[in-house]
Design a protein around this ligand. Sequence first.
Ligand SMILES: [Zn+2]
Length: 450
Amino acid sequence: MTRVYDRRMPTPVRLVPKLPLVAALLLAGAVAGGVVAGGAQVGSPAVERATMAAAEAERAPMIETIRELVAIESGSHDPEGLRAIADVVAERLRALGGDVELVTHDDPYRMVDTPDELGPTVVGRFRGRGRGRILLLAHMDTVYRRGQLAEQPFRISDGRAYGLGIVDDKSGVAIILHALAVLRALDFDDYELITVLLNGDEEVSSAGSRTLITELGAAHDAVFSCEGGGADDRLALATAGIGAVALTVTGRASHAGSAPEQGRNALYELAHQVLQMRDLADADVGIKFNWTLAEAGARRNVIPARAQATADYRVLRVADYDRVERTVRARIRNRLVEGTTVEVAFERRRPPLEISPASRALAAHAQEVYRETGRSLRVSDQAAGGGTDAAFAALESEAPVIEGFGLVGAGAHSDAREYVELDSVVPRLYLLVRMIMDVAAGRSPAVLAR
Ligand SMILES: [Zn+2]
């Protein structure tokens, strides 16, 4: 059974460096090679030309798909909208020849913001006749609420398409659909399996889909996650892990004027705890730790019986979750106010995506492929800000996991400023298709075996 990333179970610590499973596959495949319609070899100029032509033919249909997906409001807290978009996307995957299932999530990892009802996850499986198992990820949900669409509909202006969720991550869903269409147009089925996972709970830390993403990540040879490719045209190899610590102090209420000595001041104890845990950040290993929320008491003239505080923290290594949690548990034993109790709860909202030799090598191959479009591709190995589902996919896997295969764009979570560059549709489509073909056909062995 696949272990679950969950506070109920210890987080697995990697004892061996990630081995590129895909390397052996690719080495073997280098001899066999992949063949597209007409018998041309993957990696040959003829195939490059055919792939580019097929990507160009998909440009207008893909922009139309983005328009269609943006027009379906699908906030993480909008189960109706999420079911609607899941149905549309599932139908598209079926039409492309996939076996499709809608997975519901009845027993999610509960966090403070976990919706009562989560949207389904769409899983599409495409079986080929060759080797190589590739997992493609994107998410259908957005941070927006129902009704915003009317104020900010899809529009195109100066080579950019604007819309709610357009870069995060509707165009990621679209690029997967159209990459599959390009493969179909090329008659390319020289892979064992392409699995598409499109979830509806990414913006609420994948409360329901996280286990499935981790399981599927472990069952594939390469994972391409299709969040946006940044304003600067890049892939990402590392993303931050996000955690939260919630402290609850219980004391005893009493009249602040006539009998304060009979009270147990939960606010004093909370202040003590927060101050004695203000140094848990560790810049050397990339741990950021900050207390960000606090509340106590209900009336001015009552000794507060209850106080709560929450810290937000970020880690770059899975093992640092354990370290932070251990430290907090040890520190809270040191009390200021006798007669109070201190409880702690931890949320592991999203693990970090750790860079691996396999992902670094495969990203270098992606840079070579991208040059064929006349553009250059950046590869970011510094975790910035937010986390993504790529990290769940990598949690139990030794396969390369790369984030950022969506379109070039920016403005995620900023409503009116969210956009994608339409000029990036063809090159990004070409890149994703070629990466699928090359992993399947074993064309990047030199890169991975180095
Ligand atoms: Zn996203």
